[in-house]
Every structure is written in structure tokens, then in C-alpha cells.
Design a protein around this ligand. Sequence first.
Ligand code: FES
Ligand SMILES: [Fe+2]
Length: 460
Amino acid sequence: MTALEKVGSPPTRLEGTALHDWDYLVQEDRAHRLIYTDPAIFEAEMTRIFGGTWTYLAHESEIPKPNDFITRRMGLRPLIIVRDAEGRLRALYNRCTHRGTTLCRWEKGNTKSFQCPYHGWNFLNSGKLRGVPWPEGYAGDMHDPKFNLAQVPRVESYRGFIFGTLSMDALPLPGHLGPIAEIIDQWLDRNPGGKVVVCEANRFRYKGNWKLAYDNSCDGYHVAYSHRSLLETENRFAGENAKGMAYYRNSPDAQPMYMRYTGHGNHFKDKRPNLEQRPGGLWALESAHPGMEHYEAEFIKRYGHRAFALLDLAGSEPININIFPNLSLLGNHIQVFEPVSVDETNAIWYGTMIVDEDGSLGDDAVTDINALRMRTQEGFPNFGEVDDIANFEQIQRGLMAVEDEWVYMNRGFGIPGRVKTLEDGTITAPATDEAFMREHFKEWKRLMKVRANLAIQREP
Ligand code: FES
Ligand SMILES: [Fe+2]
């Protein structure tokens, strides 16, 4: 046995000068358990992070037409994301200004106005109060803007990805995204017309803090252990050409894949260097799944020499792009993390389809590709995400051990020459390093410390 570690009185949320000492709670190579377990810290995050920085809300393809809407959340705030009659994107608070009930109870739809189910106040989809039942019962002016719905003052879309923030100090969205915008471009531009359309989702809820998912989003260290059964299945089929995650089987740091941190909490893990640049190169990497040989043979029969280029459009893009705090693009999925409470989170995996606006692929090919994309997009949520979620829940349990206070993120830290800062300021490291986590926690800490300049807005 080594020396006893004196624990004294570790900080808890009731006493704890440490509670708001962010430099104590998040250090260079470790983070304190409280940031995952303390409801007061969670509550602060719901304004300083979710709302305090650009937060992903929805995809434009979910509300393509004027008057389309979809209900979502920013942190815990219920929102209605609408494309109003003029085509302008808005994020309305889904909260009636009368007595506060949820105004719209539908998940999505198309409407010019929303009628409150409680007392019938009616709001235009611009957020303006249109009318109230029996207005003669009100002495004051019901046209006062204070009765119009609150809305997120800054809503911007980057190539279809709609973000919102309450922060008046945040950079305009393209500047905030910075170098990761180019990686999003690459993710989109391999598809016809540089577009995807969001379809339905695999929905998970786990009993753990939302940050556990973001901490895992760029983690190349856990793969060989956490996803062992998936890896063994892939290895059985892999042979010479490692498929999908089989790259993690032996010394993954020796592979050409890498992680990169691009600022503002954003990072990506790039497995594309593992890819052969030829039609069918991406398809060759696709994880094994039932029936894939049959699909391949059918594509060759139907499309001849075009088959492998088309199969690549169904293949999962070998990259994880993570936009702090709640969005990941992985394979062909759009994954969103939705905090529910300090120890509960929704992890939603939206599938994507391709579209062929200029008709260059032809309807049959697009239908076949999208049918196959459904198959390739079933794999990871069903066989991989469940492993990750099990880890998140077990971490949350582990963190209930009050005296053992720290979570370490020191892999790759302090080894000369291992983590490199490039000329453009981005930071790169081998795929198993925790440099991405150390860096996104610097952004987390910056946002938690700042006295945020937040606002909401109402129609005049
Ligand atoms: S709460 Fe909406 S009309 Fe009363
Ligand atoms: Fe994983």
C-alpha cells in the first residue's frame, strides 16, 4: 500500500468555496466530479453554455417551406423553430406569454399562427400576439409588445445547420465556426448539390451528464475496448483491408488518422487519410452489415461502371465533426445532445438522405442509395452507441464517489512534440489523445467565467 491520501472535506455543492472556482474545477489535465454531478453547475450551464454560445437548433431541411415549424430545445428552453411567411428563420420561445404554458404541443407542422391550448391566445408565427378571446375584458393595450412571444435574438444558418444564441457578444456564426466550417463543407460537398436532407432519428436517453457524450465525441482511445464486439465482427471480415473501426485494433496512433481542435470547443477526428482514393474506396471501408454483398451485386447489375461511385454515396464518411456544445456529424449522421437534467441526456441520431436536384443521378439511383443509407446508418447507433451510453451511465455512477474527486484527461499531455499547434492556430494530435477534451474544457471554462451579455427579443 502506498501512503494514505488525506481527503479532508472534499467540496460538495452545499459548502464548497470551490463551487464557482472554475480554475479549481477544471485544471489543465483533469476535471472535478462536481462539474458532472452538481445541479447548480448544470443550471449555470443552461444559460452560460446553452444560449451563451451558438447552439445547434435544427436543420433547414426539416422546415423547408414558409410557415413550416419544428419544436426543439436550447438547453431546457422549449423553442419553436419556424420559417415564417417571409421565409425568415426564427426561434420562438414555446411558452405562452399569458400564463406560461407550452404553446405548441406538436412536434412539427405548417401553420401561420399558434393558438394556446389553455385560454386561446393566438400568436402569428412571427411571434406577434394576434388576438385574445373576449378582449373587452382587458383594460390595457393588448398590442403592447410585452405580450408578443419571446424569441432568440440571433438565429443563423450555416449551409442548412441552424444555430441560435442569446449572446450579444458571440461572433457572427461563420467566424465562430472558423476552421471547422471548411470541414463541414467537405462533409456536405461529397453529396450531390452539396446537400443532405434530414430524416427520422434513433433516439436514446441515458442517465448521465451531457458532457460525457461530448467528451467521448472525439475519443479514439476507448474504441478498441468499449466497442470490442463490434470491432471483432468487423475484424472477422476485414482481412488485409481494415474496415470501419478495425483501424483501432492495433496501435491506432500509428494509423494516419488524427484529431484536430479548431477553436471555440470544436474539433474533429479524421479517419479519411485511411481511405483509398478511388470509386468504391469509401464503400470498401464500410462496416460489415447483413446483406451488403447482395446490395453491392445489385448495384453492379443495375448501374455497371457507375456502381462503386454510387455505393460511396451510401458509405459512412469516416470523420467525426463536433461542434460545441451539442452537435456531432459522424458517418452520415447528425447527432444532437439534449441535456435533460444534471444526470440525464438525450442523444439523438438523425439520419440523412441525399437529394438529386439537378437530376444528374436519376431517381432510381437516388432511391437505391437512400435505401442503402438507411442500412448503413442503422449500424452504429444500434451496435456502437449502446456501448458508449453504457459507459456514460457507469461514469455517472462512479462520480458519486465523493472523495475520489478527479477525472483525468492527460493522455498525450506533456510529451514533447506529440501535440502540435499548426500555423492556423489549430491543434493536432494522434487519434487516441485527449487533447480535444483539454481544449474544449478551456472553452467551457471561458464561457462559465464570463458575465454573459445575453438578450431575448420580441416583435415590436
Ligand atoms: S396560458 Fe396561454 S392563453 Fe392562457
Ligand atoms: Fe464510442
